[in-house]
Design a protein around this ligand. Structure first.
Ligand code: HSE
Length: 411
């Protein structure tokens, strides 16, 4: 029998408790032995909850229990999650986590600690909820040089954008619903500002390219500036808005970014809706493969955590192709020119259009009757740097009152 302990009885922790308890037959079969929850750490009491007999308020009760083989860290935030993980690894226990904040910030160090003590630090659930993505990168696409990883990596924002587009719902109301459904982080700023997706693309990049990628170097924009008006322009153009995390190998490092994009409805990611995530991986031999599934939620995340528990029980030291002594530089975003959508409020419409034509390679103007003081335009052939430079010029140009939004476009 293998004994495990769970750190944190929140959304994911109670999910892991439920999966390991309710699916004990299949978990035992796959692990080759019974898996027993021995202790659960939480500062709170849960009177009447099935967790009650297992609860402890002292981490040391777990650390000092030599019978516990695997520690499941499903707390949120960096501390004490990071220090508990480190101490558990140093005590010769494998650690399994869904905590992408800790993996993105301290993953290299914790992998080193695990290696030094002959145990595992596993984090399949830190990216894409129930979607197997880390395991395929580590055990399936092993003959390839991976050249690109990108996709929809945050369930909360995808849920919000989908509900706004399909039901015309307001941002704040949908966010509340996402929190109720257990999709959002404890502080949903991490979701809506793109920080969660940024950590996830950094983790995937580190594993895909085999060296540490510092999430703090990745330019990140969230969805808080996306309005009902932007969505209406998207509908007019036959596009959906999606928050994408992108990463591409370059000659000297990677280019990476998190930002909202307009995608044509024919794009495979345009129909990834609600809490679903989808991730593309491009290898030099395998070509493009796509991974799709529920990206957030209690049981979906707990399912991925439990799969890691089983892996850690099977093999003391699970191999991860992540050279923790080397760092990959994140370079300025690709200098490949691309399209963008720009929305401007005008003081004088004809002058504003002339200004736009002078500044940009305008593909088309998009005008909606409902928004009388503004228009949108699709512009072509701009690098990130040019886009930023021209947007600043546009704000001061004749006929223009305000630049209301700029959204990148993917073809
Ligand atoms: N808040 C995260 C999301 C949870 O919405 O994707 C899963 O990582």
């Amino acid at each position: 029998m293998a004994n495990i302990a769970i750190l944190g009885y929140g959304t994911v922790g109670s999910g892991v408790f439920a999966v390991v308890t309710n699916n004990q037959d299949v978990v035992a079969r796959k692990a080759g032995q019974a898996v027993n929850i021995k202790k659960v750490l939480d500062l709170r009491d849960f009177p009447g909850d099935p967790v009650e007999p297992y609860l402890t308020h002292r981490f040391e009760d777990i650390l000092e229990d030599e019978g516990i083989d695997v520690v499941v860290e499903v707390m949120s935030g960096i501390n004490p999650a990071y220090s508990f993980s480190k101490r558990a690894l140093e005590a010769g226990k494998s650690v399994v986590t869904s905590n992408k904040a800790v993996v993105a910030q301290h993953g290299d160090e914790l992998i080193d600690t695990a290696r030094a003590h002959g145990v595992s630090y596993l984090f399949e659930a830190s990216v894409g909820g129930a979607i197997p993505i880390i395991r395929p990168l580590m055990t399936s696409l092993t003959a390839d040089h991976i050249t690109e990883v990108w996709g929809i990596l945050n369930g909360t924002t995808n849920y919000i954008l989908t509900e706004m587009a399909e039901k015309g719902a307001a941002f704040a109301d949908v966010l509340k619903e996402a929190q109720k459904l257990g999709y959002a982080e404890a502080d949903p700023t991490a979701d809506v500002e793109g920080h969660d997706a940024c950590r996830k693309i950094a983790i995937l990049s580190s594993l895909a390219y085999g060296k540490t990628v510092d999430f703090q170097q990745i330019p990140t924009e969230g969805i808080t500036k996306i309005t009902a008006e932007d969505i209406a322009y998207g509908k007019e153009m036959g596009c959906a808005i999606k928050l994408l995390g992108t990463s591409k190998k370059t000659a000297h490092g990677i280019s990476a970014m998190v930002a909202p994009y307009f995608l044509p409805l024919s794009h495979p990611l345009a129909s990834v809706n609600g809490v679903f995530n989808a991730i593309f991986v491009k290898g030099d031999m395998s070509g493009e493969t796509m991974y799709y599934g529920s990206g957030a939620g209690k049981l979906t995340t707990a399912s991925a955590v439990t799969a890691d528990i089983i892996d850690a029980i099977h093999q003391k030291s699970v191999f991860l192709d992540w050279d923790t002594s080397a760092q990959l530089q994140v370079e300025a975003k690709d200098e490949v020119p691309a399209k963008a959508f720009v929305r401007v409020a005008f003081s004088h419409k004809d002058t504003a259009k002339k200004t736009c034509n002078d500044l940009f390679a305008v593909v088309k103007f998009v005008e909606l009757d409902a928004f009388g003081d503004e228009f949108g335009l699709v512009v072509d052939a701009l690098t990130e740097a040019q886009l930023a430079e021209k947007a600043a010029l546009l704000a001061q140009a004749p006929g223009i009152d305000q630049v209301r939004n700029i959204i990148r476009m993917e073809e």
